[in-house]
Write a protein that binds this ligand. Structure first.
Ligand code: KG4
Ligand code: ZN
Length: 346
């Protein structure tokens, strides 16, 4: 059964309300006249989950439920508009944590039904890829797009905002998940990405030779679990030797291994497809070493690299608004029986 319907005519909403609740951020944004992000509110649960060393799904859904009305109201207020001005809603439908997605989708459905306005269900990965269009410097179609986050490491050929072909994905851990797990091994706080990248600036990236899984048979797929295990084994060995843990060197060497793999595979995808514009999105795209190395190494190959600004790399609703806008313009609206989905299928 399809949970989408295609209306005959596309819609350009005057004020689009977008909501994101797939993981541990409750976010809402208003996109006006298809052009201006009037407000972009993100309420993060990071401090709550930090106590547990990672996201606790049950707590995440409850916190979304507490935050969602407040966050939406704040977005409307910041935009200087009234509820009655909103004429469409975009909502993250999946993939993500089911209990968290359900909170956002139910809110969006209730809001849209009460107001008699359309709503559209957005794929979280498509939203990350769309985040590049929040910037002034944008690529043309087709481009090679990568989503590198806590839940995904996937490469797409992006033909349009409504047509994306999956070229490769991780077989095990996502890159952001590897940052989070290595931080835990090193006794650092959650989420691991920001803290590891900060400590890495003071370490030697060549101090430890961690493995880079290049997977020659499927060169656009990723695997980060061997790297994580190698860091764990190294840390155990150093602890057994009672030596002082060189945390900064471990962070720098681990980060370098991740960045090496991401940069090489992205350039490989671009060359293979004859496409010379690459876009990197998702939480790990905020990593400054990745930004710096990809820009220079891609540049040498005549490939231009695009990144959203760091605030648009991590989960937010402005990117959901951009993806939702393209769907509404194409007449793609969700039906009232639309359900969430936890996994990405293509
Ligand atoms: O896109 P995002 O906010 O949520 C998901 O959709 O997963 O990504 C969160 C992930 C976390 O794993 C976090 O450790 C990672 O992005 N991250 C980073 C950095 N900032 C966030 N990883 C590396 N370097 C960073 N600066
Ligand atoms: Zn995300």
């Amino acid at each position: 059964m399809s949970h989408e319907s295609k209306s005959k005519k596309g819609l350009l909403p005057r004020h689009l309300l977008a909501i994101e609740s797939s993981c541990d951020e409750t976010a809402a944004a208003i996109l006006s006249h298809g052009e201006v992000i009037e407000s972009n509110i993100v309420s993060s649960q990071v401090k709550i989950h930090r106590e547990y060393g990672g996201i606790v799904p049950e707590i995440a859904s409850r916190k979304h439920l507490e935050a969602i009305s407040l966050v939406v109201n704040e977005a409307i207020e910041h935009a200087g508009i009234e509820i009655a001005d909103i004429d469409a809603v975009a909502i993250t439908q999946g993939p993500g944590l089911v209990g968290s997605l359900v909170v956002g989708l139910s809110f969006a459905k209730a809001f849209a039904m009460a107001r008699g306005i359309p709503f559209t269900g957005v794929n979280h990965l498509a939203a990350h890829l769309a985040s590049i269009f929040l910037e002034s410097d944008t690529p043309g179609f087709p481009f090679i797009g990568m989503v590198v986050s806590g839940g995904h490491t996937s490469i797409y050929r992006v033909n349009s905002m409504l047509s994306m072909e999956l070229l490769g994905r991780t077989r095990d851990d996502a890159a952001g998940e590897a940052f989070d797990k290595v931080a835990k091994i090193l006794g650092l706080e959650y989420p691991g990405g920001p803290v590891i990248s900060h400590l890495a600036t003071k370490g030697d990236p060549a101090a430890f030779d961690f493995p880079r899984a290049m997977l020659p048979d499927t060169p656009l797929d990723f695997s980060f679990s061997g790297l994580k295990t190698s860091v764990l084994t190294t840390v155990r060995r150093l602890e057994n030797d009672r030596s002082h843990l060189p945390v900064e060197d471990l962070c720098a060497s681990f980060q370098e291994a991740v960045v090496d793999v991401l940069v090489k595979k992205l350039i490989h995808a671009a060359r293979d497809n004859g496409i010379y514009e690459v876009v990197v999105t998702g939480g790990v795209a905020a990593n400054s070493r990745l930004r710096q190395r990809l820009s220079s190494e891609a540049g040498r190959e005549g490939i231009e690299a695009f990144f959203p600004s760091p605030g648009y790399c991590t989960d937010n609703a402005a990117m959901v608004a951009v993806a939702g806008l393209h769907q509404l313009k194409a007449g793609i609206e969700a039906r009232v029986d639309a359900d969430v989905y936890s996994r990405q299928f293509s």
